[in-house]
Write a protein that binds this ligand. Structure first.
Ligand SMILES: [Zn+2]
Ligand SMILES: [Zn+2]
Length: 289
């Protein structure tokens, strides 16, 4: 039985495979009644999703915000915070979303520019042409291999080339989590720490979540395809200790064969929690058909 309240999904407005309207239709088919659209650092799909709602469905406008945090053991990690029901026109938070989006687009180009500046035989036009869509590091790695500069992807992603903090690595802009939370709340939004113990990327400690709670974090995404049952239990305990909302969602990015782990409504949120989020938010309202 899929959950009827799914508070974390993506459309083609960011890295999802379905257009906002298609996503809403897929949610309706899956039995999801309340859907949050939370594209990465953009609200670009919200209006199209709202227009596609079917009778009885509700859309929660939102976004998934990229940011970073220096965690208790000293590492700086990238993380995601879900923002719900903020005012999309509030200028400070809108500016932050735009800056993060711009940096994502410009980053690959800046890496190629640095390679060209050092006289390496690669060309942005050719890489972009071959990529067909948004250029990412894999496309640059292909070009390095094709030009005979790197023997294979492993070498291309090494320190001599475009590996993490390697010679031609370009940092992506991510605000500090304190700033992201301040701007979300400043725009009247409610914040939820997305997949805190996800499979990808480093793991934060409980004390780091406590720090975020001190900065006004409202909730933790506990139900998520990356969280096995034991992880969910642990996160639910942390949420209870800190007085945070517990949410659940599919983090759906696109239609997969069958009802896989990323199926819409695979994990859900309790109606009381949704009501509490709506109650706390002052920036925007739920959309209905
Ligand atoms: Zn995420
Ligand atoms: Zn996501």
């Amino acid at each position: 039985m899929p959950s009827t309240i799914d508070l974390h999904t993506h459309s083609t407005a960011s890295d999802g495979l379905l257009a906002p309207g298609e996503l809403v239709a897929a949610a309706a088919e899956a039995g999801v009644r309340v859907l949050a659209l939370t594209d990465h650092d953009t609200t670009g799909g919200i209006e199209a999703a709202a227009a596609a709602l079917r009778p009885g469905m509700t859309l929660v406008p939102g976004a998934e915000v990229s940011c970073q945090m220096r965690v208790a053991d000293g590492r700086v990690i990238s993380m995601h915070v879900l923002a719900y029901l903020f005012d999309p026109a509030e200028p400070a938070f809108a500016r932050l979303r735009r800056r993060v989006r711009d940096s994502r687009v410009n980053r690959a180009q800046r890496m190629v520019e640095r390679l060209v500046a050092d006289g390496h035989p690669v060309s942005w036009e050719r890489i972009r042409e071959r990529a067909g869509g948004t250029v990412g590091r894999p496309h640059i790695a292909d070009a390095l291999v094709e030009a005979g500069l790197a023997a294979d992807w492993d070498e291309a992603f090494g320190q001599a080339w475009i590996g993490h903090r390697g010679r031609y690595w370009v940092e992506r802009y991510e605000p500090d989590v304190a700033e992201a939370l301040r701007l979300i709340h400043g725009a009247g939004g409610v914040s939820v720490f997305a997949h805190p113990f996800g499979q990808r990327g480093p793991i934060v400690a409980e004390v780091d979540i406590e720090t975020m709670a001190g900065l006004g974090l409202s909730g933790i995404e506990v139900g998520h395809p990356d969280h096995p049952p034991a992880t969910q239990e642990r996160l639910a305990g942390i949420a209870a200790d800190l007085g945070l909302f517990v949410t659940g969602s599919s983090d759906f990015h696109g239609a997969r064969e069958g009802n896989g782990r990323d199926a819409l409504g695979a994990f859900g949120t309790d109606a009381e929690v949704l009501a509490a989020i709506v109650e706390r938010a002052t920036g925007d309202t739920l959309r209905t058909a």
